[in-house]
Design a protein around this ligand. Structure first.
Ligand code: GUN
Length: 296
């Protein structure tokens, strides 16, 4: 069994990005600059955004964190996005999701300039992805693809089963795995809450991607011997014996599935780290696209 370690794989991506920034700044260019907007104080969102900012600093990107109150009006958030869209120093913008209920998430996603949409959630970015055009790939499925590439997993002609159909992970994941690219060319089945015979379908997977957000949902009986298992789940489960009062659980029952799988991602230390790598790559891409536009 191969452990698909996100630490080594993300480190490799980050090192190549860091080298690129070093040569850009040595040539007198500005650093790529990511702006993150965090609304409220949701614990998981705080952790994710802090990690995104920290990783920017580590590889030499500039970052700006805009914090808004939980009760902020939608118009105020939209005005912040507008200011960042028009700020030439900012290359990439992300608004951490989920957002409080007074804010229309779709409106926010569509307010971000497609040129700075490093989350790849804007309909323009999604449309380009579907058509196989160059675009920003949502960070988590992008991270999974980078993981497959790092470990040189053979995907051509394989049956990939994606459990979950979210706009952030499942749907773009299914598009990427089915696309005509080196780490694509899979036959993809996408499963969701209305799927019948889920266990049987999962058992047919050469590559199984669990992205439904239910801790330890995928058990050994759902996995074919030797399958590649990618666990996208990151759920905080209360645990009084843990220092922080919770533990992070994936969507896969790791120990029993690892005994059967050919390769598997751990949680934590797997796809989560690759997500950050995907975001950083998108930010550099936005910078390079914009540098051309701005004639830098
Ligand atoms: N919430 C969960 N995943 C993500 C992500 O990839 N980007 C943003 N902006 N919010 C998220």
């Amino acid at each position: 069994m191969i452990l698909l370690d996100g630490k080594t794989a993300s480190q490799a991506v980050k090192e190549s990005l860091q080298q690129r920034v070093t040569s850009l700044t040595a040539a007198g260019h500005k650093k790529p600059h990511l702006a993150a907007i965090l609304v409220g104080t949701n614990g998981a969102s705080e952790t994710y955004v802090a990690s995104k900012v920290k990783n920017c600093e580590e590889i030499g990107f500039a970052s700006t964190l805009v914090r808004l109150d939980e009760n902020v009006a939608e118009s105020v958030l939209l005005a912040e996005i507008d200011a960042l869209n028009n700020n030439d120093d900012i290359d990439g913008i992300l608004v951490q999701l989920p957002l409080p209920k007074q804010i229309n998430e779709q409106k926010v996603i569509e307010a971000i300039s497609p040129a700075k949409d490093v989350d790849g959630f804007h309909p323009v970015s999604v449309g380009k992805l579907v058509q196989g055009l160059n675009t920003f790939i949502p960070a988590t499925p992008y991270g999974v693809m980078l993981m497959l590439e790092h470990f040189n997993i053979d995907t051509k002609g394989k049956h990939a089963v994606v459990v979950g159909r979210s706009n952030i992970v499942g749907r773009p994941m299914s598009i990427l795995l089915s696309s005509n690219t080196k780490y694509g060319n899979c036959t993809v089945t996408i499963c969701h809450s209305h799927t019948k015979n889920l266990t049987e379908i999962c058992r047919q997977a050469d590559i199984l991607v669990a992205a439904l957000g239910r801790p330890e949902f995928v058990t050994a009986d759902m996995v074919k011997e030797g399958a590649v298992v990618i666990d996208v789940g990151i759920t905080r489960v209360e645990d009084a014996t843990a220092k922080k009062g919770y533990r992070i659980k994936g969507d896969v029952a790791f120990a029993e599935v690892a005994a059967k799988a050919g390769a598997i991602t751990p949680v934590p230390g797997g796809v989560g780290l690759m997500t950050i790598a995907g975001l950083l790559k998108n930010t550099l891409q936005a910078y390079e696209n914009r540098a051309k536009i701005l004639g830098d």
